[in-house]
Design a protein around this ligand. Structure first.
Ligand SMILES: Cc1cc2nc3c(=O)[nH]c(=O)nc-3n(C[C@H](O)[C@H](O)[C@H](O)COP(=O)(O)OP(=O)(O)OC[C@H]3O[C@@H](n4cnc5c(N)ncnc54)[C@H](O)[C@@H]3O)c2cc1C
Ligand SMILES: *[C@@H]1O[C@H](CO)[C@@H](O)[C@H](O)[C@H]1NC(C)=O
Ligand SMILES: *[C@@H]1O[C@H](CO)[C@@H](O)[C@H](O)[C@H]1NC(C)=O
Ligand SMILES: *[C@@H]1O[C@H](CO)[C@@H](O)[C@H](O)[C@H]1NC(C)=O
Ligand SMILES: *[C@@H]1O[C@H](CO)[C@@H](O)[C@H](O)[C@H]1NC(C)=O
Ligand SMILES: *[C@@H]1O[C@H](CO)[C@@H](O)[C@H](O)[C@H]1NC(C)=O
Length: 432
């Protein structure tokens, strides 16, 4: 345990804000660096794409008609109830204002150095050297810390597929990171690539207005949604020509516009070799409990999990990190931490799965919360969260058009009730 530790938090999205809140509760000194002038990270919609007024790449991947894909109890931050009048699956706007209220309520902004981008983190003489830049004046600074919590998000750097003939294609191509609103696709023939959460959600958003919606994907997930007649399912793309796309089954479609919903890459350009992490676009290793940098365990990667109630997971990780910094518990030895990581990695290898699965919580989510509590003494995330996520996942498989018509009410740590929302849901069409 380090007395009076100096803590650096990078990013003022949910990971940074929850870390700030819990560290503040424990009276631990810290500073938050945030590259933009805003809290809330990806939840702050920005109609622009490309770069912002300061020349930085726009971080947000939010689109105008987005509503959360998890119901409100699983979007709640500890110690700050979601408002009663918030709808069951809030719009980005309602959720973003909840985040802003959280920052105000706990008076977190005073700890945040806005418009300061971290440009390098390196390990020197048993501490962390953090270099950061004022994005307006370009002036550079350097400070030394004992702990670094990294909360820069991982849905910002597009993963772009390499499809032959793409350069010939005369229509428009964007990645979902730059998808903002459906109107420009009105009466167009649109190709959506990918069937992850963004692919399914954007397909539905665009299908309301476009002429044909061609959806290319190889997902084995058994979606049972009945799509409108102008929705055409296709396998993977073989190649582009000037006017359209040939698929691997040999079929061809004329296409005006393409939206790649092909996911994101892990991207931490500011982390130096000396940090001891192996960073690829698909995985960050080795991490203990999905977050602690095993080679330099005073560095933690916040929110680096997928297939989870991410907000709840981030909040729990922030409390775990705070308990560690506070000295409430100590980590196991490096060998033991490597063993935990290796046992997860070997299961993935034995199934012939890619190492990117190392960040999947999925069916392990509730056990993860139990583990975090057992080790650190933090209050446990109740099992009902995982249960709600499972039910919501089933409802999505059943019908992507109606799964948001349900209200989930938590009864106790284990139980919830689900009721149908009476009003017709037309938020996805007009919520600006
Ligand atoms: C389109 C979309 C929909 C989503 N829907 C849901 C949902 O319904 N439910 C759910 O639970 N989750 C959802 N998520 C996941 C979402 O990412 C999490 O809810 C959460 O917001 C992640 O917070 P974060 O703090 O990790 O990252 P972010 O919100 O991405 O914040 C990172 C912050 O770090 C800053 N930053 C980056 N680099 C630097 C640097 N070098 N120096 C200083 N600052 C830096 C950025 O400016 C940003 O403010 C969604 C994500 C996306 C993209
Ligand atoms: C894309 O694919 C082509 C061949 O299909 C290959 O020559 C090229 O190197 C690939 N580019 C990238 C960035 O992978
Ligand atoms: C693109 O390929 C399709 C299918 O082979 C063909 O019908 C179409 O004419 C081609 N477009 C151009 C501009 O060559
Ligand atoms: C650390 O332990 C103290 C004493 O048990 C407790 O009050 C506090 O909430 C703990 N902090 C965290 C972040 O778990
Ligand atoms: C929803 O409808 C049911 C049955 O028609 C009714 O009993 C209930 O009060 C309604 N709930 C709301 C919130 O309107
Ligand atoms: C849905 O749209 C109809 C017609 O535009 C409107 O009357 C109704 O109030 C809307 N319902 C909701 C829940 O917004």
């Amino acid at each position: 345990m380090i007395s009076n530790p100096r803590v650096c938090i990078i990013g003022a999205g949910l990971a940074g804000l929850t870390s700030a809140k819990h560290l503040q509760d424990e009276g631990i000194h810290f500073v938050v660096f945030e590259a933009t002038r805003y809290v809330g990270g990806t939840w702050r919609y920005d109609p622009r794409v490309g770069t912002d007024e300061n020349g930085l790449p726009l971080h947000t991947s939010m689109y105008k008609n987005l509503r959360t894909n998890l119901p409100k109890p699983t979007m709640e931050l500890k110690g700050f109830p979601v408002p009663d009048d918030m709808i069951s699956f809030p719009t980005w706007k309602a959720y973003y204002s909840y985040i802003q209220d959280y920052a105000k309520h706990f008076d977190l902004e005073k700890h945040i150095k806005f418009l300061h981008q971290v440009i390098s983190v390196s390990r020197e003489k048993n501490s962390w050297k953090v270099k950061y830049q004022n994005v307006l004046t370009k002036e550079e600074f350097e400070d030394v810390f004992d702990f670094v919590l990294i909360g820069t998000g991982h849905f910002s750097k597009p993963k772009i597929p390499n499809v032959s003939g793409e350069e010939k294609f005369l229509g428009s191509i964007v990645h979902s990171h730059d998808y903002r609103e459906p109107n420009r696709y009105k009466n167009r023939r649109v190709l959506i690539v990918g069937a992850g959460p963004s692919g399914m959600d954007i397909a539905i958003d665009v299908a309301y207005v476009c002429k044909t919606l061609v959806h290319s994907h190889h997902s084995k997930v058994a979606f049972r949604t009945v799509f409108p007649k102008h929705y055409i399912k296709k396998p993977d793309i073989k190649e582009f020509n000037e006017t359209g796309v040939t698929f691997v089954d040999g079929s061809y479609e004329n296409i005006d516009d393409v939206i790649y919903c092909t996911g994101y890459e892990y991207y931490y350009p500011f982390l130096d070799q000396s940090c001891g992490l192996n960073i690829t676009p698909r995985s960050i290793t080795p991490l203990y409990k999905y977050m602690v940098n095993i080679n330099e365990p005073t560095m933690m990667m916040m929110g680096l999990v997928v297939r989870a109630c991410l907000v709840v997971a981030i909040d729990a990780q922030s409390r775990y990190a705070t308990a560690l910094i506070k000295g409430n518990f100590t980590l196991p030895s490096k060998e033991q931490m490597l063993e935990e990581w290796e046992s997860r990695a070997s299961i993935i290898r034995s199934k012939g799965r890619p190492l990117s699965d190392i960040h999947f919580l999925a069916e392990k989510e509730d056990d993860y919360y139990a583990d975090l509590t057992k080790e650190s003494g933090i209050e446990r995330v109740p099992p009902v969260m995982f249960k709600i996520r499972n039910e919501d996942t089933d409802m999505k498989l059943e019908n992507l058009y109606t799964y948001r018509d349900y209200v989930y009410t938590v009864i106790d740590n284990e139980n919830f009730i689900k009721t149908k929302y009476n009003k017709t849901n037309n938020f996805s069409l007009n919520n600006s």
